[in-house]
Design a protein. Structure first.
Length: 123
């Protein structure tokens, strides 16, 4: 089982994400603001889900996570260059709260492609 600390700038979204992760049998150790991450708690975590920002993803945080063998998972809109510079994976996209696909906007989604690639072609 995976143990995770969720530290998002939007704490409401952090609680929501934690609830979603709990449904997938992920153990949530704490939901907190990024500036109040407990270094001792990281010693028992497998991953830290954090808002990708220079304000919170610092060399000190990365060193702390490296020492504790904690994977840093950036979540939401953020600084791609910062993540790349520190050798972190690109941020996971933040899906809208209503559960719609990120490709949908203002309540409209593109129509599904009705053409089948497996359809038999006339001979």
């Amino acid at each position: 089982m995976t143990a995770v600390v969720v530290a998002l700038a939007d704490e409401e979204r952090g609680r929501s994400l934690a609830a979603e992760l709990a449904l997938e049998d992920v153990t949530i150790l704490e939901v907190t603001a990024p500036e109040t991450i407990d270094p001792a708690l990281l010693q028992t975590a497998d991953a830290l889900v954090i808002t990708p920002s220079r304000r919170w993803i610092t060399r000190d945080l990365i060193a702390l996570c490296d020492r504790a063998a904690v994977r840093i998972v950036a979540f939401g809109d953020g600084e791609a260059r910062l993540l790349a510079r520190h050798g972190l994976a690109p941020a996971l996209p933040r899906a809208p709260r209503d559960g719609a696909s990120p490709k949908c906007s203002a309540g409209t989604c593109p129509a599904p492609d009705r053409r089948s690639r497996n359809r038999a072609r006339p001979g």
